[in-house]
Write a protein that binds this ligand. Structure first.
Ligand code: DHB
Length: 388
């Protein structure tokens, strides 16, 4: 097989990269180790920045999102026994939308297949080769047969545990890493969320987040130990914790738990995000803790830039944008890292903290809701910083 751009990974980054390239008249093939059903059902955060809403609409994949997403103007912070609302639309003129990551994945897969794109699911033994030369290759097994894609460029969109990043030679990459001493236990429940918009709860027992997928489907999370075993959390214990961390500010209606799992918390960036003709995008190059839901938004910003750089190459033969890809996307990534780390630090209990730190966190929360300057700082980051 031959194509212009070989893409490893059919998550949001790989699919959107392929879609944007197609709109620029550039061919790609996507390979993916999981099944289509797995990709379409994998539950992740579900919050998109305003510019992502526009990107989906402007590139013709926003129709269902426009109908089914929930458009929010702000968030509630719950502390000291009271809800405090930050209205992003009033503060910075833009909001966010709640639309599950897997819904975007479904929409993109459907559109890519309708446009005739090859997406090969359930491949195994994938590797990328000759990334230093002019004709890199992706090798893999599909339906029991060895296959090879020869291409001009490779998009490494295969996530944190993928094969692309480790195929870059030793000594090229620098990693920046932080692990957090806690995780999130998350459930999807057949019940209405306690509020129309999200509640971030700072509580003596630790952080909790009350989000949603629809008016009758709540997505609820709370901070737990980093090595927590989900087996130790029967449903009634989960509800007890969620009630306690919400307090009396709203009533929490219980429902059937459709899914539960534990999300690890980590910050990670690799620099540079490219080597030869291999370009990393999304989780293969950077991970954020879930607080603030920046992961997919950052992945889309990467592939927006990468698709433009590749398009410039095919249009004019110039490689300036490709050469500068990593330097162009890293400033936004680091701002996303800073924001995710800050929101995590603001709202969680850390094991080695004392009463001073609790008071300091409360003072910061009060400052946030009491100062217009501080509220704007949160709002402009949460709703998405302006694009370059
Ligand atoms: C969601 C997840 C987040 O981590 C967040 O900060 C906001 C929303 C979500 O899954 O809806």
């Amino acid at each position: 097989m031959r194509t212009q751009v070989g893409i490893v990974g059919a998550g949001p980054a790989g699919l959107m990269l392929s879609h944007l390239l197609h709109l620029a008249g550039i061919e790609s093939i996507i390979i993916e180790s999981r099944s289509r059903a797995y990709c379409e059902q994998r539950i992740r955060a579900g919050l998109i920045e305003q510019w992502v809403v526009n990107l989906l609409n402007d590139t013709g994949v926003g129709e269902r999102m426009q109908r089914e997403a929930m458009f929010h103007s702000g968030i509630h912070l719950n502390f000291s026994g009271r809800l405090h609302y930050l209205n992003f639309r009033e503060l910075v003129g833009r909001g966010v939308a709640i639309y599950g990551q897997q819904e975007i994945v479904k929409d993109l897969i459907k559109r890519r297949l309708a446009d005739g794109a090859p997406i090969l699911f359930e491949v195994s033994d994938a590797s990328v080769q000759d990334i230093d030369g002019k004709s890199p290759k992706i090798k893999f097994k599909h339906n029991g047969a060895e296959q090879e894609i020869a291409c001009d460029f490779i998009g490494g969109c295969d996530g944190f545990h993928g094969v692309c990043r480790p195929s870059i030679p030793d000594g090229v990459l620098t990693e920046y890493d932080r692990e957090y001493p806690f995780g999130w236990l998350g459930i999807l429940s057949e019940s209405p969320p306690p509020e129309d918009e999200l509640i971030y709860s700072y509580n003596d027992r630790g952080f909790a987040l009350y989000t949603m997928r629809s008016p009758v489907l709540a997505r609820l999370y709370f901070q737990c130990a980093h090595d927590e075993d989900i087996e130790n959390w029967p449903d009634d214990k989960i509800w007890e914790e969620l009630h306690a961390r919400l307090g009396s500010v709203r009533k929490l209606v219980e429902g059937k738990i459709l899914q539960k799992g534990i999300t690890p918390m980590r910050s990670y960036v690799v620099e540079p995000m490219q080597h030869g003709r291999l370009f990393l995008a999304g989780d293969s190059a950077h991970i954020v803790p879930p607080t603030g839901a920046k992961g997919m938004n950052l992945a889309f910003a990467d592939v927006r830039m990468l698709s433009r750089a590749i398009a410039e190459y095919y249009k004019s033969g110039k490689t300036a944008k490709l050469d500068g890809y990593s330097l162009a996307v890293l400033p936004r990534i680091w701002k996303g890292q800073r924001f995710s780390w800050w929101m995590t630090s603001l709202l969680h209990h850390f094991p080695n903290e004392n009463a001073f730190d609790r008071r300091r966190q409360l003072a910061e929360l009060e400052y946030l809701v009491g100062s217009r300057a501080a509220s704007i700082t949160l709002a402009e980051n949460y709703a998405g910083l302006p694009l370059d």
